[in-house]
Ligand binder design. Structure first.
Ligand code: G4P
Length: 525
């Protein structure tokens, strides 16, 4: 196959949701369609069960399983689909954010009964920042849920994106009859006892009395009214607007019952983007350029202290990656060769000879890579777009054993390179502060420092509200601010200025008193 064709047929995306909305179930059904697995239940949920929240070793074991399912690739209708899995537990939200930097589009799953939930809102923020095209799948229509129009309003309002339904449910819960596929003008009838589509009929004109032959008269009347309202209220679907990230097509269905999933997949392969150009510091890189480029978006550590190897996940941004070819590790300005790059087919991991833009490969690593590192065929290029978000929790990290200071520092540095948490250094007292999304990471760090680096640490709680990256065109005001807030100023790992606000009130006051200073809640602005 021609090289450009190889790239154009790729669809690299992530399915994201609030825990329990149905991400794992939907992923599994997509794999079944792709023939990548043959029985339901084959995909291990990487969702961390609620009962395990206090037992993080158990969580790490589950995360270990999830390496294999980090990327699931399969062929469908001539396309190569790469699904990137994201951790279900919100304490690992930062992992999910980073994974979103490696995808070209996203499917958001929403539970019809619960609507838009907290985690979905946050994930959408990242998609919006990056203008990632989004498709919404409203799941669990086999149960009673919210009114579909109310759900659409909720999605528009809460996720701040325009929507356009491409399928429409005919009743729901026990009375769920199926969906009208607006995109393909088809009527898909659902039979609860069989739990799949029993009739898929082309149905161009819903005003035809034929409709009553398939669904009861009141439902037919309601469907016609609903569709009329949809046509009146929502703009016609336009693929380019979707590709720009300005409108989200919406599908309804039930992942568990495999209803509406094939419709979603068929539409997805048609409209979802192939690998998109990626912005580097120096220039925009087009996926079809001949030379290989890529960046590391995730590092997965082996928890076994005797084998301290990691897998660095590379998103290929352009060209073709070849095994044993010489590539440049830009940050080190060093040439490297990789003899055993792995690709992920369904749930198998295997060594590959080549991979193309859009693909994800895993490189065995012994500490050479940091998240965000760029690899190229030689060019001096730096991909950007791996923002850090303000952590939610902060602790001073203290060394317990003075003889092990060196080990502790090395451990902290490497764990931060892996992206386990964020490190800040207080400018006033020089103390190290670790910022995380959830309590769990503190336990993980403490355990790993001890078991992998032989260093003991303890935590000293620090009550902070947010970390803000600051900048200003007014150098004098910036200096004044730093002087005034000297005890609350820190450097992040890259040496950038960060203001650690201890309450939302103090932050609002600072914003008022120093109008020429911009306060950012992500490290990229
Ligand atoms: P997640 O990855 O987003 O966290 O969700 P997951 O797919 O694990 O689904 C969460 C629960 O919702 C599961 O039930 C799953 O069976 C159920 N579910 C998914 N899709 C549908 C649907 O279309 N209709 C209905 N009624 N339920 C659905 P569970 O009891 O938590 O787990 P399990 O024991 O069934 O695996």
């Amino acid at each position: 196959m021609a090289y450009a064709e190889e790239i154009r047929r790729r669809r690299t995306f992530a399915i994201v949701s609030h825990p329990d909305a149905g991400k794992t179930t939907l992923t599994e059904k997509l794999l079944l369609f792709g023939g990548a697995i043959h029985v339901a239940g084959a995909v291990k949920s990487n969702k961390i069960k609620k009962t395990a929240t206090s037992d993080w070793m158990e969580i790490e074991k589950q995360r270990g399983i999830s390496v294999a399912t980090s990327v699931m690739a399969f062929d469908y209708a001539g396309h190569k689909i790469n699904i990137l899995d994201t951790p279900g537990h919100q304490d690992f939200a930062e992992d999910t954010f980073r994974t979103l930097t490696a995808v070209d589009s996203v499917i958001i799953v929403i539970d019809a009964a619960k609507g838009v939930e907290a985690q979905t809102r946050k994930l959408m923020e990242v998609c919006r920042m990056r203008k990632t095209p989004v498709i919404v799948f409203v799941n669990k229509l086999d149960r009673d849920g919210k009114d579909p129009f109310d759900l659409l309003d909720e999605v528009e309002e809460e996720l701040q994106i325009k929507v356009r339904p491409l399928s429409w449910p005919i009743d729901m819960g026990q009375r769920f009859k199926g969906v009208y596929n607006i995109y393909e003008k088809k009527l898909d009838i659902y039979t609860p006892s069989k739990q799949y589509v029993t009739e898929s009929i082309e149905f161009k004109d819903v005003n035809s009395t034929e409709l009553e032959k398939h669904i009861d008269a009141p439902l037919a009347v309601k469907l016609r009214e609903d569709l009329e309202l949809i046509e009146g209220v929502y703009p016609a679907f336009d693929v380019d607007t979707y590709l720009k990230g300005d409108i989200a097509p919406v599908f309804f269905g039930s992942a568990l019952n495999n209803f509406g999933v094939k419709e979603l997949l068929d539409c997805f392969v048609r409209i979802a983007p192939s690998p998109r150009p990626v912005q580097a510091l120096e220039r925009v890189v087009d996926p079809e350029e001949e030379n290989f480029t890529g960046f590391i978006f995730k590092i997965h550590a082996n928890m076994d202290p005797n084998h301290r190897s990691c897998i660095a996940f590379v998103k290929i941004c352009s060209g073709k990656f070849e095994r044993n070819a010489n590539y440049r590790h830009v940050r080190f300005d060093k040439i490297m060769r990789f003899s055993s790059p792995t690709a992920f087919m369904a749930q198998k991991k295997e060594v590959v000879d080549e991979a193309f833009a859009g693909d994800i490969i895993g490189l065995p690593d012994t500490g050479n890579f940091t998240i965000g590192d760029t690899l190229t065929a030689g060019e001096n290029l730096h991909f950007k777009g791996l923002p850090s978000f303000s952590p939610e929790m902060f602790n001073y990290i203290e060394n317990v054993d003075p003889m092990k200071a060196k080990q502790l520092n090395k451990g902290i540095e490497q764990l931060m390179d892996e992206g386990v948490a964020q490190l800040f250094t207080n400018r006033f007292n020089g103390r190290k502060i670790i910022g995380t999304v959830g309590q769990l990471q503190f336990e993980v760090i403490q355990y790993r420092l001890l078991h992998e680096y032989g260093a003991q640490c303890k935590w000293e709680p620090l009550s902070l509200y947010k970390a803000c990256w600051i900048e200003s065109g007014d150098a004098e005001m910036l200096e004044n601010f730093k002087k005034r807030k000297v005890q609350y100023m820190a450097w992040d790992k890259e040496g950038r200025d960060v203001y650690l606000a201890d309450s939302s009130y103090v932050l609002t006051m600072a914003q008022q008193d120093f109008p020429a200073i911009k306060f950012h809640f992500t490290s990229e602005f």
